[in-house]
Design a protein around this ligand. Structure first.
Ligand SMILES: Cc1cc2nc3c(=O)[nH]c(=O)nc-3n(C[C@H](O)[C@H](O)[C@H](O)COP(=O)(O)OP(=O)(O)OC[C@H]3O[C@@H](n4cnc5c(N)ncnc54)[C@H](O)[C@@H]3O)c2cc1C
Length: 284
């Protein structure tokens, strides 16, 4: 099952009915976060997925939650990196190889990476926000010659909450600048300290040629987008992924409606210019 850049939509048959998917691997990334590789039990349920899209993952008898695709796994199943924050994500984080869960999708908009071929690329993430952006990093890694300077700016609260650290050296070896920061350092840490937008001053890219992809807490994305605009990045070239509580994923229930936008259908990936004012609306 490829994670390609063409946006895929679930067909009418798929949208409401979770299909059985099987866990092929479960890897604990950090204390509260697990990456699952899942494959459909019936191969006909597989759909192409674009970076930025999400699936609705369902634990029988517990509930269903939206989880972004964080890559393609070794057996070409879909990867989902899940942080344990409540009932459903706790059950997902405790699945083991061979367990069956329900899944429907993919849903939502994709990162418009192909539109920015030939540009410098700034990828900025906070915490679990690196999960939906990892397919963007992998995309530019596989097509390194098609993009100019690529910078990953990433931060978490503490060093032991950083995701995917074993991959950073491979990204750097491919010429990607990776800058990492933490809000609170411990004795193991000799890197940057501070919030993610403070990393922009260390980033090497041409502001007038750059496209930016942001995912993380809304406050981080707001400050990062503003910092990039202040430095001269074209606002229309800044894209971000919004997360609000979501139920149906098909634009029917209105749970994730933000002004005129349905995050599940029109997003979760939006240009900054389309959601800047809407992001001032607090989640109820
Ligand atoms: C498009 C999209 C993609 C997402 N991708 C990922 C991902 O890749 N990995 C991941 O770990 N999580 C992701 N999330 C968040 C995930 O859906 C929530 O953590 C999950 O719904 C919480 O459900 P729960 O039953 O475990 O916890 P609950 O008991 O329902 O909630 C626990 C806490 O999480 C908060 N919460 C509930 N739903 C959401 C939500 N949709 N977004 C943010 N916080 C929420 C609640 O307000 C509460 O504070 C994504 C959300 C969206 C909308």
């Amino acid at each position: 099952m490829a994670v390609g850049t063409e946006r895929a939509a679930a067909s009418a048959d798929d949208v409401w009915v979770p299909r059985p998917w099987v866990v092929r691997s479960a890897t604990r990334e950090i204390g509260d976060t697990v990456t699952l590789e899942i494959e459909p039990r019936d191969a006909s349920a597989a759909r192409p997925v674009a970076p930025g899209q999400f699936m609705m993952l369902y634990i029988f008898g517990v509930g269903e939650v939206p989880i972004s695709v964080s890559g393609t796994g070794p057996t070409s199943g879909l990867l989902h990196t899940v942080r344990d924050v409540g009932a459903v994500t706790h059950a997902l984080c405790n699945l083991g190889v061979g367990d069956v869960l329900g899944a429907r999708g993919p849903f939502g908009s994709a990162w418009p990476i192909d539109e920015h071929k030939g540009c410098d690329v700034v990828i900025a993430a906070g915490g679990i926000g690196l999960a939906p952006l990892r397919p963007v990093v992998r995309h530019v890694l596989e097509r390194r010659g098609e993009y100019d300077d690529v910078v990953v700016l990433y931060g978490s609260r503490q060093p032991d909450q950083l995701l995917y650290t074993p991959e950073f050296e491979r990204w750097r070896a491919a010429g990607i600048q990776v800058e990492v920061t933490v809000d609170h350092a411990d004795q193991t840490w000799d890197g940057h300290i501070g919030v993610v937008p403070t990393l922009v001053r260390h980033a090497r890219f041409q502001v007038d040629e750059a496209a930016a992809f942001l995912c993380g807490p809304e406050v981080m994305m707001r400050f990062m987008a503003q910092e990039l605009v202040d430095r001269g990045v074209v606002p229309e070239r800044i894209h971000l992924s919004l997360e609000r509580n979501m139920k149906c994923a098909v634009g029917m229930c209105g749970r994730c409606q933000l002004g005129p936008e349905f995050l599940c259908l029109d997003g979760p990936v939006f240009p900054w210019t389309r959601v800047e004012r809407l992001m001032a609306v607090p989640e109820l």
